[in-house]
Design a protein around this ligand. Structure first.
Ligand code: ADP
Length: 320
């Protein structure tokens, strides 16, 4: 209208601070136009996610101060999920973001080994919150930091849920651009607790090109779909091996499996990461290759993965 500018938006969120901020920012941006500005926002609550059992799941919420929570998952163990999670976290941090990495594999934590630390996290006496361990600019949390021998042999169902929730809610993650969650393999209690506790920006599924890994990757994708968590893409790890002596490429676990599966699922294949000795050595020596050899070809693959992930996030998810 002549002297009034009206902006109408509609938004789906459970967090009322989001529309308040958008309204204030829009009004500030438009105030210089010399018109009366009216910003209206229709807010709708997000659809209740449905649990794997078909029942409505618990309401999920953001972690205060954390913009994007990314789950790194796999159907099968041993496909390099933790290696991808650790190197992705380092690559995101190297791009200037603030990043946390939470090792949610309570039974087989490996982030302590990959970052060469068994430091014990301290609890803040006032807030009661646990301070994450700082390593190479990343904030880390792992079950391996809490127990003398690294991991509990037995952990009963309710304790699994309790520890998982504590890792997400009781750790003082501070302000983060990305919190990367290294999930255990498969689709068990820990995964379900996570998807029912925090609002994930999405999940990355790590697989090898081999059919036996792809079958289980499909199950992981299906679990995320059931609980309305977007699958941001597949990462094909151990895609091939370039022999250092003759430069020949060997497709140890077959070829094309990741791309075929990504096409079938309608999600992007975000990276094809080769098997490299330097990647395995760096992981075992306590410094992911993206940090220990940042200019290597091995690191370059993880830097590109971080870049692709950022692009997908820009398209699919608004920060919390
Ligand atoms: P997961 O978390 O899926 O169980 P890990 O990340 O622990 O798998 O990897 C299993 C083993 O394979 C580790 O020894 C790791 O160093 C090695 N590994 C993973 N990805 C690569 C790679 N791209 N090149 C060489 N070794 C790798």
């Amino acid at each position: 209208e002549e002297d009034t500018l009206t902006v109408q938006m509609s938004l789906t969120t459970a967090d009322l601070k989001v529309p308040q901020k958008i309204k204030a920012d829009s009004e500030a941006a438009l105030e210089g136009l010399g018109k009366k500005v009216v910003v209206r926002i229709d807010v709708q609550a997000p659809a209740q996610p449905v649990g794997a059992t078909g029942a409505p799941a618990m309401a999920t919420t953001a972690i205060e101060g954390v913009k994007h929570i990314i789950a790194v998952a796999s159907g099968k163990g041993g496909v390099g999920k933790s290696t991808v999670a650790a190197n992705l976290a380092v690559a995101l941090e190297r791009s200037g973001a603030s990043v946390g990495l939470c090792d949610c594999d309570l039974y087989g934590p490996s982030i302590g080994l990959m970052f060469g630390t068994q430091e014990r996290p301290l609890a803040d006496s006032e807030s009661g919150k646990i301070q994450p361990v700082e390593r190479y600019g990343l904030r880390l949390m792992s079950m391996g930091f809490l127990l003398e021998d690294g991991a509990p042999a037995v952990l009963r169902g309710p304790m699994v849920t309790k520890y998982t929730q504590q890792f997400l809610r009781q750790v003082d993650w501070g302000d983060l651009d990305y919190l990367v969650l290294d999930l255990p393999p498969g689709t068990g209690d820990i995964q379900l607790t996570i998807v029912q506790t925090v609002s994930l920006a999405g999940a990355l599924i790590v697989t090898t090109p081999q059919e036996v890994a792809l079958i289980d990757a499909r199950k992981a994708v299906s679990m995320f779909h059931k609980v309305n968590v977007p699958v941001l893409g597949l990462v094909e790890n151990m895609s091939y091996f370039l022999c250092p002596s003759d430069g020949k490429r060997y497709d140890i676990f077959g070829t094309g499996g990741g791309q075929r599966e990504a096409d079938r699922l309608g999600v992007p294949l975000l990276a094809q990461i080769p098997i490299e000795i330097i990647t395995r050595e760096a992981g075992d020596q306590g410094l992911p290759v993206t940090a220990s050899a940042p200019d290597s070809e091995a690191a370059e693959h993880f830097v590109k993965l971080a870049e692709s992930l950022r692009q997908v996030l820009e398209k699919t998810a608004a920060p919390c």
